[in-house]
Design a protein around this ligand. Structure first.
Ligand code: IPM
Ligand code: MN
Length: 360
């Protein structure tokens, strides 16, 4: 297969972890006889320094012309600590999501048996945790009208959703649930928010088209607790942009490190793959960032194109790195291995004769 992949390293540790993913994709090319071409483009603070824009036109064009985008991370302390700035790096990511209509952000949460000790929840049976969050990504409070008063003493963010925005991701989530454990949990705040009440109405209506799936509606505050107490009870979680952002970070803590979890953002015409972690600026250039979340995003990319054996080869190489303790210090405090070393180990172990148990 030929794939044209845009590489958006972005800020902080983004480019470092992305470089490991490229090694893995090259290993897949060689082992399975595919051809991937890579085009690098700037986004975030890096792009602002060069062009003044967090998402330059050139980058948008490269993304629009690509089959898939691999994204690193975005954001720097310089802008985080300067909330009066009118332009900031994250706006580049929002614009990209919107322009490409990447409305569904899919974030799987699993506990890797070899790393279960890492989990702060390693007291009960968390090993069978296998949930996936369907986070709406192009609407809600992230994209509603915003305003700051002239004197800067008041600010406003609005949360808006339409039936159409809710139903298109709801259908994807129901389909996913149908092919999994057949449980869908809608997370909202329908006891407070009008948008949440709309979500409940639309999703409850759609549920009748998926009789094999059990729909459960849960308030966000309760869901936060349930996810910690009984993460293994969830199957598919469907939620809005903001709640999905928060719940997926919480999900990563269940796995033990935020450096482990991948995600995909898909729409009808485009697809982007990225770790769920941020730009971790403290670690930039230190060769300590965990490349696994980015490498598992490569596995999601391959699955997206139905390259299942190839995706399994990547996952199995990652599992081998866990088994052999070739991991970064966030996973094993005493580890001497850096980002590059772990990336090389995983890439070198990607081959087409894997028959390992992929039950992760
Ligand atoms: C994420 C990130 C982004 C978000 C940030 C970087 C703007 O936290 O992808 O979860 O809030 O969507
Ligand atoms: Mn987030």
């Amino acid at each position: 297969m030929y794939l044209n992949i845009a590489l958006l390293g972005g800020d902080g540790i983004g480019p470092e972890v992305l470089a490991q993913s490229v090694k893995c994709l090259q290993a897949v090319e060689h082992s399975f006889g595919h051809t991937f071409s890579f085009t690098k483009a700037d986004i975030g603070a890096v792009a602002m320094k060069k062009t003044g824009e967090p998402l330059p036109e050139k980058t948008l064009k490269i993304c629009k012309n690509s089959d898939a985008i691999l994204f690193g991370a975005i954001g720097t302390p310089e802008y985080d600590q300067n909330p009066t700035s009118k332009v900031w790096p994250e706006q580049g990511l929002f614009k990209l999501r919107k322009e490409l209509d990447l409305f569904a952000n899919i974030r799987p949460v699993k506990v890797f048996p070899a790393l279960a000790k890492l989990s702060p929840l390693n007291r009960g049976n968390i090993l069978d945790t296998d949930l996936v969050i369907y986070r709406e990504l192009t609407g809600g409070i992230y994209f509603g009208k915003k305003k700051v008063s002239k004197d800067g003493a008041k600010a406003l963010d609005t949360c808006e959703y339409s039936e159409k925005e809710i139903s298109r991701i709801a259908h994807l989530a129901f389909k996913a649930a149908k092919s999994r454990q057949k449980k869908l949990t809608l997370v909202d705040k329908a006891n407070v928010l009008e948008t949440s009440r709309l979500w409940r109405r639309v999703v409850t209506n759609i549920a009748s088209s998926y009789p094999e799936v059990t729909l459960n509606c849960m308030f966000m505050d309760h869901a936060a607790v349930e996810m910690i107490l009984h993460p293994n009870k969830f199957d598919v979680i469907l939620t809005d942009n903001m709640f999905g952002d928060i719940l997926s970070d919480q999900g990563s803590a269940i796995s033990g490190s935020i450096g482990l979890l991948p995600s995909s953002s898909v729409g009808l015409g485009h697809a982007m793959f990225e770790p769920i972690h941020g730009s971790y600026p403290q670690a930039k250039g230190k060769n300590i960032a965990n490349p696994v979340a980015s490498i598992l995003s490569v596995a999601m990319l391959l699955q997206h194109f139905d390259l299942i054996e190839e995706a399994n080869a990547v996952i199995s190489a990652v599992l081998k790195s866990f088994a052999k303790k070739i991991v970064t210090p966030d996973v094993l405090g005493s580890s001497k291995y850096g980002t590059d070393y772990v990336g090389d180990f995983i890439a070198n172990n990607i081959n087409d004769d894997n028959d390992d148990d992929l039950n992760i």
